[in-house]
Design a protein around this ligand. Structure first.
Ligand SMILES: Nc1nc2c(ncn2[C@@H]2O[C@H](COP(=O)(O)OP(=O)(O)O)[C@@H](O)[C@H]2O)c(=O)[nH]1
Ligand SMILES: [Mg+2]
Ligand SMILES: [Zn+2]
Length: 300
């Protein structure tokens, strides 16, 4: 077979190799050209150099329309270093999956992913799972949803184990390419399986796993029957952002800003101040998340 270049999609990456699918529908395992200035990520559009029946080499990574990034704290020689990690690229939206209980819903993680989604050019969406466990939850899932709706984030409350749950999410993401993120244990895999009708891993990803090169610690591209795709991310324990800007904070906490207009004093700090409307109107857990991010902003 003659040497050629073919456009392809990166399905998964692991150990210096990628599972890719050419636009002609052929799946291959690809190496990376030495001259690449960045690592390919699931969702990347690439030019694949093919010279043999098997394999290929990623020569070019096309410009990305979106990037979901986080910071990883690393300890190097006693010094605290930050390294940026690109989790998924070219997704149109980010579906944040959070259970209302078991494990309990954590606003901090949701708010951080929101900021990262908006920063990276994606629409954040929220799926609150385990609706059936609302009785033992600390918060009412519908009220949580309402808080996020107020800042422009659409969402659903679902029991993932029902057909209706998967349908509600399918409606929310409507055939778009969606990065799926959440703390582990929230029901993300259950949801992803339902959305991908069993979630068969494609040939090349399977082969990459077989070679011990792809584990569930990196993103995986999954097609959805009827259109659209998921970029399934591993369960996140934490989600760090670096260099939070006032604009990031304003966007993610428009409700806090709005409530603050009703505080008695214009210089209200919303920490036990007389006549504070923010403390009266904003959910305490949400306010706690705001304060944490505000401190990070002030610390730069
Ligand atoms: N009660 C209840 N359990 C769920 C729901 N969704 C998932 N689970 C259970 O939660 C556990 C973790 O689910 P899994 O999909 O593996 O979560 P992941 O770690 O986020 O991928 C499993 O035992 C699921 O059966 C739900 O909506 N309601
Ligand atoms: Mg899982
Ligand atoms: Zn106030």
């Amino acid at each position: 077979m003659t040497e050629r270049h073919e456009p392809a999609l990166v399905l998964a990456v692991g150990g210096g190799l990628a599972a890719v699918r050419t636009d002609a529908g052929e799946e291959r395992i690809a190496k990376f050209a030495g001259r690449l200035d960045r690592r390919p990520v699931a969702g990347d559009r690439v030019q694949l150099f093919i010279e043999a029946d098997e394999g290929g080499r990623i020569d070019v990574i096309e410009p990305r329309s979106t990037e979901l990034r986080r910071q990883q704290r690393m300890r190097s020689e006693g010094e605290r270093a930050m390294k940026e990690q690109v989790l998924a690229v070219n997704a149109e939206c980010v579906l944040i999956v959070a259970s209302i209980a078991d494990p309990p819903l954590r606003r901090g993680l949701i708010d951080r992913i929101l900021v990262a989604a908006w920063r990276g050019g994606m629409e954040p969406l929220l799926a609150i799972t385990k609706a059936d466990l609302t009785g033992r939850a600390e918060q009412d899932p519908e009220l949580v949803l309402a808080d996020y709706r107020a800042i422009g984030v659409a969402g659903v409350v679902i029991d993932v184990r029902t057909e209706a749950g998967a349908d509600a999410v399918r409606e929310l993401i409507r055939g778009r390419t969606t990065a799926v993120v959440g703390h582990s244990g929230v029901g993300k895999s259950t949801l992803v399986n339902a959305l991908t009708a069993g979630g068969q891993t494609t040939g090349a990803i399977h082969e990459l796993s077989g070679r011990g090169r792809h584990t569930t610690t990196t993103a995986t591209w999954l097609d959805m029957p009827g259109g659209g795709a998921l970029i399934d991310l591993p369960g996140l324990r934490s989600f760090s952002l670096a260099g939070i800007t006032p604009a990031d904070l304003a966007r993610a906490f428009g409700d806090v800003a709005e409530a603050s207009e009703q505080c008695r004093f214009s210089d209200c700090r919303h920490v036990g101040d007389d006549g504070c409307a923010v403390e009266r109107l904003v959910d305490p857990a949400r306010l706690a998340s705001y304060r944490k991010l505000l401190i990070e902003l002030q610390e730069g």
